[in-house]
Design a protein around this ligand. Structure first.
Ligand code: CA
Length: 335
């Protein structure tokens, strides 16, 4: 009888393991590093809202958030948003002042950071005491990558290629004996970028703000790259009527950023959110181009050349996919 019970127990344990495995397969999480030029366009803030939703749903682990935009407001605003959404523990890093594009205008990120209530108290709580003491992105990325399993990290770049190019050139350090390019090849699964224009030979902001870095990244990055190009995000628009629904617990720093960017009556393009959605959810809502190579010329124009052994692809959407993506985007940000 005991033998029979042992057999039953062994069977139940196996069944439980099998079911747990199936559950985990369905809830596969990505390890992500997000690299953003927070403050230039509101779509970075919308992407951050979606990222926090993914974290809440257990669909992604965010290992680091790096700035590719200079100035303290990019990191301060990111910290405010992360504090508001309840995930202030994700380390934030700065772009090196020696490498980043120079942007000195005031942006929605500055304005939200300066908001106060009627008594003069800052409207939004923050977690980082002094953003100027944060590490540079290349340092944080090396530290984070060194601690991860091989080929497990997805980089999502929704700003300039500044930090990606700089990371490739980093030397061995206390975190890893590998130089940057070898460390990336060992630890990174893929790079998903909002960058370039695959429909027309026109410059795209993320590329032409740091052409040298974009050229280096597309030429030397040692893993597959998937691009969400300009012409895609331009078609997926967040309807301004839904800004009031971004969160009913007011004030919300993403909603305030939206209004402080271009006012309250424009529909924001979703260049950055589409890159993040692909990085976390895969190609279910998109069509992938064939493999090939994306080159960047000295004027910042991107060109795709198909080839069977190419490491690069870009995302394409039909009208029906634009509708589905827009509905999904609005749901992720407002519900
Ligand atoms: Ca951006």
């Amino acid at each position: 009888m005991k033998k029979y019970i042992d057999s039953i127990q062994a069977f139940m344990v196996m069944l439980l393991l099998l079911l747990t495995g199936c559950q985990n397969a369905g809830k596969q999480t990505n390890n992500i590093i997000l690299d953003t030029d927070m403050g230039n366009d509101i779509d970075d803030a919308l992407a951050l809202a979606i990222m926090n939703r993914y974290i809440d749903e257990g669909r992604t682990h965010v290992l680091a958030i790096g700035m590719s935009k200079e100035g303290r407001a990019a990191a301060e605003y990111t910290d405010i948003v992360q504090t508001w959404y309840g995930h202030p523990d994700i380390p934030i890093a700065l772009v090196s002042g020696k490498t980043g594009p120079k942007t000195t205008e005031k942006h929605y990120s500055d304005r939200v950071c300066e908001m106060t209530d009627e008594g003069g108290t800052p409207l939004f709580a923050h977690t980082v005491r002094d953003v100027t003491q944060l590490p540079f992105a290349t340092t944080l990325y090396r530290k984070v990558l060194a601690s991860q399993p091989d080929h497990s990290v997805t980089f999502v770049t929704i700003g300039f290629s500044t930090n990606m190019a700089a990371l490739l050139d980093t030397p061995a350090d206390e975190f890893s004996p590998l130089a940057g390019k070898e460390l990336v090849a060992k630890k990174v699964k893929q790079l998903v970028m909002m960058a370039g224009n695959m429909a027309e030979p026109k410059g795209e902001f993320n590329v032409y703000m740091d052409i040298k870095a974009a050229r280096k990244t597309f030429a030397e990055w040692p893993t597959p790259i998937v691009v969400s190009p300009f012409e895609l995000g331009e078609r997926v628009k967040f309807p301004h009527e839904r800004v009031k629904d971004i969160d009913t617990k007011r004030p919300n720093p993403v909603a305030e950023g939206y209004v402080n960017y271009l006012g309250s009556d424009y529909d924001a393009c979703s260049w950055d959110p589409t890159a993040l959605i692909y990085a976390v959810e895969g190609d279910g809502l998109f069509t992938l181009s064939p493999t090939g190579t994306i080159d960047v010329d000295t004027l910042g124009i991107t060109r795709f050349t198909p080839s069977p052994d190419g490491q690069h692809r870009y995302l394409i959407v039909s009208d029906a996919q634009v509708d589905a993506l827009t509905r999904h985007l609005v749901k992720m940000i407002t519900e």
